[in-house]
Design a protein. Structure first.
Length: 563
C-alpha cells in the first residue's frame, strides 16, 4: 500500500489499516475544504470514535494520554490563555511543570502548535494527548467563560472594556480623574446594549433632559435619563472612542469603535454625530457579526421562497437584488447567499459601506468616498480581478447600476441592494435611473423585498380572538379561514420585551420570468409587474406576513406594522 498522497496522522491510520487509503484521501480533502482539522472531521462524522482515535495515537506516537477527569480549567494560568493560538491550533495549554509548558492536543502530528506556543511564551513545550470530544468541549467552555460573564455584569461594576487603539485626547481635554465615572457609565451602557441585543444606541441631548435609547427588535425604547449637564462629557468620550475630532461640534462626523468584550467576541460600532439645538446627538449602530445567523433555514423563508433564492444563487451569471428599508435585514440575506457560494473554487469580491460582517475567503472592500473609492470605482476594479461573484452593498446611481448589469451579462453573478418598497418597484426604479429596459430584462434574475417582524415570545404568547369578517378585512383568504388556525397576541414576561423576542424575515421573492420581461420592455408599471408576479405564484409581503401569523410566529398587530 502506498500513502504518498496523504501524510501525518492520515498516513498512520492508513498504514495500520484503521481506515481505507482511498477513504482517507477523500476525508483529508473534505476536512481541508471544511477548514477543520482531520481529527475533528473524523470524530464529528463518526469515522472513528474520539476514545479509539486517542488510544491509537498514544500507541502509535508514544505520547501520554491525559485523563480528562484530572484537568481543571480553572487551574489553567490565565497568562497562557491566548485565544488566537488556541483557536488556530485547536490545542490547549494546561499546566507548567519544571519550566515546561504542556499542551493538550488531539492531533499528535501538530508540531506547529508546540512551536507557536513555545515561541509565544518563551518556554519549552511538550504534547499531551486528549480525546477530541473533550478537547473541543474544554476549549469552547474556556473561551466562552468571559462572554457568559456579560450576563452577570452591572454598570457599576465595570471599570473598562478594551477599545481598539484608544488614545488619551479626552484626558488632555478634560482630565482623566474627573471623567472616570463617565468612562465606567458609558462602558456599562455599551455592555447593556449588547446584552439586550440592541441594534442601535441613541444618545440625545435636549434643553432639560438627556435621553439614551436602544433599538431592540426594531423598536426604540428609553433606557436611561442621565443628568443633562453631562451631555458634553458623553459626546466627548464617545468621540474619543470613535477617533473623531472632539473640538468640532458644528459639523456631523462619522467614526467607528471596535470593542473587545470577551476573549472570543469583538463588536464593531458605527458612530454618527449630528449637531442639534441642544448639543450633539450620537447614534451608534452595533455591527455584531457573531450574532448574525447566516443560515438560510433560520431567516424565515418559506420552502418555495428558499428554493427560488437557491436556484438563483446556483446560476453562473445574472443579478440578484435585495430591497427594503434600512434595518430590514438585507445585509444578512446577502451574506447568507455569499456564505453558501463561498468555496475555494470561487473568487468573490464585495464593496460595502461599511463592511458589517467579516467572512474568511471573501475579498471585502470598504468604500471610502473621501479617497475617491466609490461603489462604481470598486466594481470597475473587481472586473479586472478575475471575479466569479461580485457583491455591491448598494446601487445608488446609474453608473453603478450599469457596471453591475454589464458584469451580470458577461458571466458574473452579481448581488446588490436597492431602497424600494416592493420587488416590482425595484424594476421601475432601475428604469427611472436610466437603465435600458432590455438590459434589465436580460440581466436581473431574482428580486427579494423584505421586512423584519418581531417574533412572539413562545413562553408567554396567548391566543387572540378575531371574527371571520375581521380576518377577511385584514387580508386572509376564505380557504385559510375555513381550514381554521389560531392567532396569538403578545403578553410580556421576564424573558422577552413586551411579548416579543427576536425577529423573523418577511419576504417577497420575485423571479424574472418571460412575462415580466415583456412588461418591462413594453414600458409597464410596478402594478402590472406585481399583478403578473402574483399570478405566477409570488407571495406579497402582506401574504407572507399573514402566513407567519398563521404559524404563530408573529401577531396581527405586527403584520400591520411592518406591511
Amino acid at each position: 500500500m502506498t500513502t504518498h498522497n496523504i501524510s501525518g496522522l492520515a498516513s498512520s491510520l492508513a498504514t495500520r489499516g484503521l481506515l481505507p487509503l482511498d477513504k482517507l484521501q477523500q476525508i483529508t480533502t473534505s476536512a481541508a475544504n471544511a477548514k477543520i482539522s482531520l481529527v475533528s472531521y473524523l470524530v464529528e462524522n463518526s469515522f472513528i470514535s474520539s476514545l479509539e482515535l486517542a488510544q491509537f495515537c498514544e500507541a502509535e506516537y508514544g505520547i501520554p494520554l491525559l485523563d480528562s477527569d484530572t484537568l481543571e480549567l480553572d487551574n489553567i494560568p490565565e497568562k497562557f490563555i491566548n485565544q488566537k493560538l488556541i483557536e488556530k491550533h485547536h490545542a490547549l495549554p494546561v499546566y507548567v511543570q519544571q519550566k515546561t509548558l504542556y499542551i493538550a492536543m488531539s492531533d499528535p502530528t501538530n508540531v506547529g502548535a508546540l512551536e507557536d506556543f513555545g515561541f509565544s511564551f518563551s518556554m519549552h513545550t511538550e504534547a499531551l494527548l486528549v480525546e477530541e470530544d473533550f478537547l473541543k468541549e474544554a476549549i469552547d467552555k474556556l473561551l466562552e467563560s468571559d462572554e457568559d460573564s456579560l450576563d452577570d455584569m452591572d454598570m457599576g461594576d465595570i471599570d473598562d472594556i478594551e477599545v481598539d487603539e484608544a488614545d488619551s485626547r479626552l484626558d488632555e481635554a478634560q482630565g482623566v480623574d474627573d471623567d472616570a465615572p463617565i468612562v465606567k457609565y458609558i462602558n456599562g451602557i455599551l455592555i447593556d446594549a449588547v446584552r439586550k441585543g440592541a441594534s442601535d444606541l441613541h444618545f440625545e441631548p435636549y434643553e432639560k433632559k438627556y435621553r439614551i435609547r436602544f433599538r431592540i427588535d426594531g423598536i426604540l425604547k428609553e433606557m436611561a435619563t442621565p443628568p443633562v449637564n453631562l451631555a458634553n462629557r458623553f459626546s466627548a468620550r464617545l468621540k474619543v472612542m470613535s477617533k473623531l475630532d472632539i473640538a468640532e461640534r458644528r459639523l456631523p462626523q462619522d467614526g467607528r469603535i471596535k470593542l473587545k468584550i470577551s476573549a472570543k467576541r469583538s463588536i464593531d460600532l458605527r458612530v454618527s454625530t449630528l449637531p442639534t439645538m441642544w448639543g450633539e446627538k450620537i447614534v451608534m449602530r452595533i455591527l455584531d457579526s457573531s450574532a448574525a445567523a447566516l443560515n438560510i433555514d433560520k431567516l424565515g423563508y418559506s420552502d418555495e421562497q428558499k428554493a427560488k433564492y437557491l436556484a438563483a444563487l446556483d446560476k453562473p451569471q445574472g443579478m440578484i437584488l435585495i430591497t427594503g428599508p434600512t434595518g430590514s435585514g438585507k445585509t444578512v440575506s446577502l451574506y447568507t447567499g455569499l456564505n453558501i457560494l463561498n468555496t475555494v473554487e470561487r473568487n468573490i469580491s464585495t464593496a460595502e459601506d461599511p463592511v458589517e460582517i467579516n467572512l474568511t475567503g471573501i475579498n471585502q472592500v470598504q468604500i471610502n468616498l473621501k479617497a475617491g473609492l466609490t461603489f462604481a470605482s470598486a466594481l470597475r476594479s473587481f472586473l479586472r480581478q478575475d471575479p466569479d461573484i461580485v457583491m455591491v452593498g448598494e446601487i445608488r446611481d446609474l453608473e453603478t447600476a450599469e457596471i453591475g448589469i454589464k458584469a451580470a451579462q458577461t458571466g458574473h453573478l452579481v448581488l446588490s441592494t436597492l431602497h424600494t418598497n416592493s420587488a416590482a418597484e425595484t424594476l421601475t426604479r432601475l428604469l427611472n435611473m436610466g437603465v435600458p429596459a432590455f438590459n434589465i430584462a436580460s440581466s436581473v434574475s431574482l428580486i427579494i423585498a423584505q421586512r423584519l417582524a418581531r417574533r412572539l415570545c413562545p413562553e408567554c404568547k396567548e391566543e387572540d380572538n378575531y371574527s371571520d369578517t375581521e380576518l377577511k378585512t385584514i387580508g386572509f383568504n376564505a380557504s385559510d379561514i375555513e381550514k381554521g388556525f389560531t392567532i396569538y397576541k403578545p403578553v410580556g414576561c421576564k424573558l422577552c420585551s413586551d411579548g416579543y423576542k427576536g425577529r423573523v424575515g418577511i419576504y417577497e421573492v420575485m423571479v424574472m420570468t418571460d412575462n415580466i420581461g415583456h412588461i418591462i420592455l413594453n414600458d409597464g408599471n410596478a402594478m402590472q409587474i406585481a399583478s403578473v408576479a402574483e399570478a405566477e405564484g409570488m407571495y406579497t409581503l402582506r401574504q407572507s406576513a399573514l402566513h407567519k401569523a398563521i404559524e404563530g410566529v408573529t401577531s396581527l398587530k405586527e403584520v400591520t406594522r411592518v406591511t
